[in-house]
Ligand binder design. Structure first.
Ligand code: ADP
Length: 387
């Protein structure tokens, strides 16, 4: 629509009447053009952009019904209002049946015209907004499909070279057994660590697309959950010690059996601990707290850090794929250093995995104070002491 409220074309064969309509609609704030007969009116509609056409029904040559038909055929989005005398009201009704927005009866009533036009403009606006939204939605769907396709292809193309590189790295390690010096050892260590990070990225990308399209079937087994946490704790402790971060385990409940996919649950818990490590500065603290709510047979696993925290308005966004609060360009590459790198998929996957086990993943955080990630999981049964 133009700067004015809307663009109107008046088609009316009587000159005086046409001019008076034009003055009146201009006075109401519309941008107005006019035509003295149906044929000229249709030409103007073809060559210009109008929002509303107001046409007399009773005209020689081409009458208002014909004008309406042509407009609805070629530019159906233009609203047409017809003007008729009381004597020919049945024509107005006919016009409504073939798509006219409304009709005015002669002599036209100013207040009525004002109200009908305002309603008509509202409906045009709503329709345009609706179309814009539909267009945006289509674009978003297309972009999403493109993103999935890109990830699937990249993932597929990365797997083979990574497998080959990994194999050769292991082979070099094997050949050098007994002949290594410090520098070589360091170089090989860095190469293997970087390779492990690459493998994680590829696995995350794979998991994301497969979970999203429902292919990532979970392999359910009975898991001694406390034992699982102790294993992850032992595996990760070294990375925390290296950065002088105090890692503590706090068990507040009995051991339980969880039915779930052990690899995926392990990956999710590691992800939470790795984030706590990455986003906590040297000499900070991280606590893993395990408790059991017997009333609703669920486990609460809290990973509590004393790190940088997450601004309140970003706390929902961090679960979105590829979202990172910090500028990804400034990331360090290591996954264990302070503010270390990632691709913003860890939490998306972890949340999806806990939810697919009928659980949940929540966050509580305060900037510069720290974050607590709370995983909730249902358990099968409590393990008795002698098991
Ligand atoms: P990434 O692998 O990039 O860390 P995640 O999905 O695991 O991706 O996390 C997304 C973002 O959420 C992180 O980049 C970080 O900005 C924020 N975040 C996650 N965990 C924490 C935490 N414990 N403390 C502060 N920020 C965090």
């Amino acid at each position: 629509m133009s700067e004015k409220i809307a663009r109107i074309l008046i088609i009316e064969d009587e000159d005086d009447v046409r001019e008076s309509y034009q003055d009146m609609f201009e006075f109401f704030g519309y941008e107005v053009d006019s035509a003295p007969n149906g044929r000229e009116g249709v030409v103007k509609v073809t060559n210009n952009d109008f929002d509303i056409v107001i046409t007399d029904l009773n005209m020689p040559e081409m009458d208002g019904i014909e004008v309406l038909k042509v407009i609805k055929k070629n530019k159906p989005y233009i609203e047409v209002i017809v003007i008729t005398g009381y004597a020919t009201l049945e024509n107005a009704i006919k016009a409504m049946k073939i798509g006219a927005y409304d009709y005015f009866t002669k002599p036209i009533d100013l207040e009525h015209v004002k109200i009908v036009l305002a309603k008509c403009v509202q409906s045009i606006k709503a329709r345009k907004e609706n179309e814009e939204l539909k267009g945006l939605n289509r674009k978003l769907t297309e972009l999403n499909e493109l993103k999935d396709k890109f990830i699937t292809i990249t993932n597929h193309e990365l797997r083979t070279p990574i497998t080959v590189l990994k194999g050769y790295l292991e082979l070099i390690d094997y050949f050098l057994e007994g002949k290594r010096n410090g520098d070589l050892d360091d170089a090989l260590g860095v190469a293997s660590e970087t390779m492990a990070e690459l493998v994680t990225i590829v696995e995350q990308m794979h998991d994301m697309t497969s979970l999203e399209i429902g292919k990532g079937k979970l392999q359910y087994i009975e898991i001694d959950f406390l034992k699982l946490i102790k294993t992850i704790y032992r595996e990760m402790k070294i990375f925390f010690s290296k950065r002088n971060i105090d890692l503590n385990l706090d068990f507040k409940g009995p051991a339980v059996i969880v039915k779930g996919d052990i690899n995926r649950l392990k990956r999710s818990i590691r992800e939470l601990m790795q984030n706590a490590l990455k986003f906590t500065a040297e000499n900070g603290e991280v606590k893993v707290e395990y408790s059991v709510k017997e009333a609703n047979k669920s486990i609460l696993l809290k990973v509590i850090d004393s790190g940088i925290g997450i601004p309140i308005e970003k706390q929902n966004l961090i679960f979105e794929p590829f979202y990172e609060v910090q500028d990804a360009i400034n990331h360090m590459t290591s996954k264990t250093e302070f503010m270390g790198g990632g691709i913003g998929l860890g939490l998306t996957l972890a949340k999806e995995i806990f939810e697919s086990h009928e659980g949940a993943l929540l966050v509580e955080s305060e900037e510069k104070k720290g974050s607590t990630f709370i995983a909730v999981l249902p358990y099968e049964r409590i393990l008795s002491n002698n098991q």
